[in-house]
Design a protein around this ligand. Structure first.
Ligand code: C2E
Ligand code: CA
Ligand code: CA
Length: 365
């Protein structure tokens, strides 16, 4: 009986393009909470995986608004929820102006003309005193807007529904670069690549990355996948199953921006990750603020007790390095060691930099 109740509810939600609820904000919030709780309870009681995520859009009646207008607005907000895998989105005017057709065209043009570039930021191990990996970060050298950092365009790319193209473009470039460096006998260290959480809803994600890596003959241990906490929480069941497949293929998984989401520490036991990246916003304050320092100390211990590598990102001062070293942090990424570098500079940096001491008999290539 309980199993058929599940079917009814999932079918109900999957097929209901809109359940319209009118009421005060409080009433609607309560209803959403109740619904989420019920779905969770059904999954828990039946020990089943339930891939059901209801999405809602909320719009507010203001003086003079017609019902049709507000209904339209709520529908638009709901579509945004579905796109971003957020349970609830409130309507605001930016949703209308958010994705201009011209943005989409510009981005497609940029992809076609290979205007996106990959930069690499090395990560320094405090244990081995070597650069042990790096992160691939995208830049847009746009013929129309000039040189852009991700903060200036990733949002737009996501809204235009083109983040998959960018992520795969970057991934492909990284595989090409590794293959090329390998053929030229250059020093190789693992590279981590950022994936938007949207990837985790693509049924071909694991196949896509395998095809790309194997197509370029890149050993799997040279590729690491960065995802954020929000990704793993937005649909934990699905996400964990994909993460397991990724790990089975020999790729490491890094949890990015750790500490900024609404962390559920018990999740750490369930989510199969290899590494925590402590968000820059904590690192920014560790010198001046004692509380932040204690939080960082705690996060490092938490990671280590769970046998995870712990990386601090956004480290740009010697004082920060000193504190992190005292806290027995594993790895540092930040301007203190190096900014993200274009491929050629990155390769040169790995051959010669002021932080690593190369032993007489040590050979990298
Ligand atoms: P993130 O993954 O948290 O990347 C780290 C960001 O911190 C990078 O900014 C890096 O340049 C910056 N950073 C590192 N060390 C320091 C430091 O010491 N001081 C300061 N002030 N900043 C530092 P960037 O390259 O601008 O990237 C911003 C965000 O864009 C990334 O944040 C990531 O979320 C996103 N992103 C970048 N490339 C990609 C990509 O290929 N795909 C996707 N989906 N997102 C990407
Ligand atoms: Ca990252
Ligand atoms: Ca980060």
């Amino acid at each position: 009986v309980a199993k058929s109740a599940v079917a009814i509810i999932s079918e109900l939600i999957a097929s209901a393009s809109s359940i319209l609820v009118l009421g005060t904000e409080e009433r609607i919030r309560n209803m959403l909470e109740e619904l989420e709780l019920k779905i969770y309870q059904i999954a828990k009681d039946n020990e089943i995986r339930l891939f059901v995520q209801p999405y809602f859009g909320i719009a507010e009646f203001k003086k003079g608004d017609s019902f049709e207008e507000v209904f339209e607005q709520a529908s638009l907000a709901k579509i945004q929820s579905e796109r971003n895998f957020e349970p609830v989105t409130y309507y605001d005017e930016s949703l209308i102006t958010g994705t201009k057709l011209s943005d989409t065209e510009d981005i497609m043009e940029g992809i076609k003309n290979k205007e996106f570039e990959v930069y690499y930021q090395p990560k320094f191990s405090l244990n081995t005193k070597q650069f042990i990996s790096s992160e691939a970060l995208v830049r847009w050298n746009s013929s129309k807007y000039g040189f852009l950092n991700p903060s200036q365009f990733i949002d737009k790319v996501e809204k235009a529904g083109l983040i998959h193209e960018i992520d795969m473009y970057v991934f492909n470039r990284v595989c090409e670069d590794i293959n090329d460096a390998n053929r030229r006998g250059r020093r190789l260290i693992p590279v981590s690549i950022n994936f938007s959480m949207y990837e985790f809803y693509s049924p071909t994600f694991v196949d896509d990355i395998l095809k790309c890596v194997d197509g370029h003959n890149v050993p799997h241990n040279l590729i690491e996948i960065e995802i954020t906490e929000t990704t793993s929480q937005s649909n934990p069941f699905l996400c964990i199953s994909i993460m397991k497949q990724i790990k089975e293929k020999g790729f490491r998984i890094l949890m990015d921006d750790f500490g900024t989401g609404y962390s559920n520490f018990s999740n750490l036991r369930k989510v199969p990750i290899d590494c925590l990246k402590i968000d820059k916003s904590f690192i920014d304050d560790i010198v001046e603020d004692k509380k932040t320092r204690e939080i960082v100390r705690f996060l490092i211990e938490l990671g280590k007790n769970n046998e995870l590598e712990v990386i601090a990102e956004g480290v740009d001062k010697a004082e920060q390095v000193d504190i992190l070293r005292r806290f027995k942090l594993d790895t540092i990424q930040g301007y203190y060691y190096s900014k993200p570098l274009p491929k050629k500079d990155y390769e040169d940096f790995l051959i010669s930099n002021k932080f690593e001491k190369k032993g007489e008999d040590e050979e990298w290539f």
